[in-house]
Ligand binder design. Structure first.
Ligand SMILES: [Zn+2]
Ligand SMILES: [Zn+2]
Length: 479
């Protein structure tokens, strides 16, 4: 059952807090840099308790394997495994023509297929859905996993022989079928996870793994058995219509295709149930490899915001305000959301002088981001609590324009006048006069007053850019 984020009921949770039991999506979890000693390492924390949170595991966020069956079938057809498969088949054909070294050649090729499928399993289990590339090393490098796998088969074979010897052929055959189809997949998964044959053949481990995964495991085995039979069935059907020499090639191709597919599937099951099985998947690697999200860069202010949001929801307003003051130089906050939250908190707590003080930098960001409505609201709110409230002329000028757009003519006029009164030497003063003239004519039907102002602009600021515009406007006015 999927666990969802406490704040986003449709987002699967990635993290859970062992202390308060809440679960969070990547947007809600608090991200902190682990510090200089582990460069680039990020710690994920519970935004409520501010202690490290635990990863819920891949199962909660990945598609269950039975819902992505077509993808398992296309995996071996990805260019890399496809090329590998065809390459091995061609070499196999060549080897079959060299009577003397045939056996060695074939063993090497089988070994490379086993090695490649192991790396498919391992990679998939780590959350990486891109097939591994192969190099000359794939064949020549350590053949240990090959021997380990053969050892597993060998152990199964010995047991079968023993059972046949003491109880007869039927129980022995039954044992082999059970071994190959039901036990071996679990053993292989343990072998890849632990790299130890000793662990892989330990019934205490593989039986436990089977029961931990439960129904999903048996579904996987059924699928593997079905697919395992497919190459033989297919070949039987095609035998009559294809040339004999091509038989070997096709059969080998189908076997390798099946092998890559099944190891990819086993790897995926291991990933999906990594928590149940106790197989460790590194979260950062999982995220990076599966391309689930962009690399996370912890932004201290974004982290703080997450924390503040949780505190606000729980009504801890004073604590939230204190935390912001302690963690930032409040007028240098660059995260607009955090700035907004701080402004709102101060407003809710009716801390008006501090609210107006913070609004200076907040309003600056609102104007920069063209947040018209919010900028107007903040400007008017601050003026209502503090008649002396002011901001840089350029900000007031922008807000005045937006106020006018939304029909707040009186407020817009007051804002333009504010620039003229408080910043008489500013370059925007003539522009403010010009806007006032426009308002007089367009809105207040006082053309005479508009003309008076326009003439004054031309006379008083002859070198300013606005003069030409003022002249043009003046010429359109009647009378
Ligand atoms: Zn917690
Ligand atoms: Zn969330």
């Amino acid at each position: 059952m999927t666990i969802f984020c406490e704040q986003h009921p449709t987002e699967p949770a990635h993290w859970t807090c062992s202390d308060c039991g809440s679960s969070f999506c990547p947007d809600c979890v608090l991200k902190r840099d682990a510090g200089d000693y582990v460069l680039g390492k990020i710690i994920h924390m519970c935004p409520k308790c501010v202690i490290p949170a635990e990863w819920i595991g891949a199962a909660n966020t990945i598609v269950p394997f039975w819902n992505r069956l077509p993808k398992f079938f296309t995996y071996p057809l990805h260019p890399i495994p496809l090329l590998f498969n065809i390459g091995v088949c061609i070499m196999l054909l060549i080897a079959s023509l060299l009577p003397l070294v045939k056996i060695i050649f074939i063993l090497l090729l089988v070994g490379s297929v086993i090695k490649y499928s192991f790396s498919v399993l391992f990679r998939t289990a780590q959350g990486n859905m891109k097939p591994p590339s192969f190099t000359a090393g794939t064949v020549s490098e350590s053949l240990k996993p090959v021997f380990k796998l053969l050892l597993l088969y060998f152990i199964g074979l010995i047991w079968t022989v023993i059972i046949i010897k003491y109880t007869g052929k039927a129980p022995g055959t039954l044992f082999w079928i059970t071994f190959e189809n039901l036990l071996l997949p679990a053993m292989i998964m343990i072998l890849v996870a632990t790299e130890s044959v000793f662990h892989a053949v330990n019934p205490n481990l593989f039986i436990r793994l089977i029961f931990r995964i439960g129904k999903g495991y048996f579904a996987m085995c059924a699928l593997l058995a079905l697919l395992g039979a497919a190459p033989f069935v297919l070949l039987n059907l095609l035998m009559k219509i294809i040339p004999v020499g091509f038989n070997v090639f096709l059969f080998a191709f189908l076997l390798i295709y099946y092998r890559i597919l099944s190891y990819h599937l086993m790897g995926y099951v291991l990933l999906q149930y990594n928590q149940e099985v106790g197989y460790e998947v590194d979260y950062d690697e999982f995220q990076n490899m599966s391309g689930n999200s962009k690399p996370e860069i912890p932004d201290p202010e974004a982290g703080l915001l997450t924390q503040i949001n949780f505190m606000s929801r729980e009504g801890k307003l004073d604590e939230a305000i204190t935390l912001i003051k302690e963690s930032t130089n409040t007028n240098d906050i660059s995260n607009i959301k955090l700035s907004e939250q701080y402004y709102k908190l101060l407003k809710m707590k009716k801390m008006y002088p501090q609210m107006a003080d913070h609004a200076v930098s907040y309003l600056h960001m609102l104007v920069r981001d063209k947040e018209k409505k919010k900028a107007c609201d903040v400007f008017l709110e601050c003026l209502s609590v503090d008649k002396e409230f002011t901001s840089a002329p350029v900000n007031i000028f922008a807000v005045a324009g937006w106020l006018y757009e939304t029909g707040k003519v009186k407020e817009a006029m007051a804002a333009y006048n504010r620039i003229i009164k408080l910043y008489p030497g500013d370059n925007l003063v003539p522009n403010a006069y010009f806007r006032i003239a426009q308002i007089y004519h367009d809105r207040l039907m006082d053309t005479a007053k508009a003309k008076k102002i326009l003439n004054a602009i031309i006379k008083k600021f002859p070198d300013h850019d606005i003069v030409q515009q003022a002249g043009n406007y003046l010429s359109t006015l009647p009378g």
